[in-house]
Design a binder for this molecule. Structure first.
Ligand code: AP5
Length: 214
């Protein structure tokens, strides 16, 4: 099963990806996570990517396309994969199509998680992530995490550098300009399925899982 999750920043792609991993054990290909690891490891890629990420801008297409091509070539993706945060431009989507054809793979499901703009800002500025288990939480929905301790593993919670109001606002503009056109792109290919992401996590998951089960 080869799944793509589309949606604005904060739509819940990472949250639903964790549910898919739990249910189906698919490898998770999140370009945001790959880039954040490169930043943390201070690699050449990370040093280049950081200035785009901190500003809420997209990292250049050729950089992320190369990363995803390399990742999709690894054998663990033969049983399926979850693409999260890629593609984000039409150039990336075209490149992905070419890579999948080369590898003899195709997308099983493209799921668009649709959430109202105001809710996105609230979700992102209240997001906390665990340094240890990578769990995603929300300090408004889960006020008990205000102590900075992960409720799943007791690890340390942190706020992403790009989750400030200013950067979030730019990320949402960038989404509208560069990524939202992918809705029509995949709609035209007849593979897009919409999910109302304004509901709680479990209700969204019920809809996502129903799509995955065909
Ligand atoms: P990336 O890490 O991909 O961030 P994003 O797409 O902006 O998405 P997020 O991770 O912010 O949100 P999400 O949809 O996963 O929501 P989540 O589940 O965490 O990219 C970061 C940066 O890297 C980009 O800005 C860019 O610079 C670069 N980059 C990455 N990919 C790139 C690419 N392909 N090309 C170029 N550059 C790229 O949930 C958010 C919050 O909401 C959490 O607190 C969660 O608990 C809560 N929540 C989730 N679901 C619900 C729900 N149903 N109800 C209530 N709250 C919910």
């Amino acid at each position: 099963m080869n799944v793509m999750l589309l949606g604005a920043p904060g739509a819940g792609k990472g949250t639903q990806a964790a549910k898919i991993i739990e249910a189906y054990g698919l490898p998770h290909i999140s370009t945001g996570d790959i880039l954040r690891k490169a930043v943390a490891d201070q690699t050449a890629l990370g040093l280049e990517a950081k200035r785009y990420m901190d500003a809420g801008e997209l990292v250049p297409d050729e950089v992320v396309i190369g990363l995803v091509k390399e990742r999709l070539s690894q054998p663990d993706t033969d049983k399926g994969f979850i693409l999260d945060g890629f593609p984000r431009t039409v150039v990336q989507a075209d490149a992905l199509g070419g890579v999948l054809t080369e590898l003899g793979k195709e997308l099983t499901a493209v799921v668009s998680i649709d959430v109202d703009m105001q809710a996105l800002i609230e979700r992102l500025t209240a997001r906390r992530t665990c340094k240890s288990c990578k769990g995603i939480f929300n300090v408004i929905a889960q006020p008990e995490i205000a102590n900075g301790v992960c409720p799943a593993c007791d690890g340390e919670l942190f706020q992403r550098d790009d989750d400030t109001v200013e950067t979030v606002t730019n990320r949402l503009h960038v989404y509208e300009r560069s990524t939202a056109p992918l809705i029509d792109y995949y709609e035209d290919k007849g593979v897009l399925r919409h999910v109302d992401g304004n509901r709680d996590v479990e209700d969204v998951w019920t809809s996502v899982d129903a799509i995955l089960q065909g």
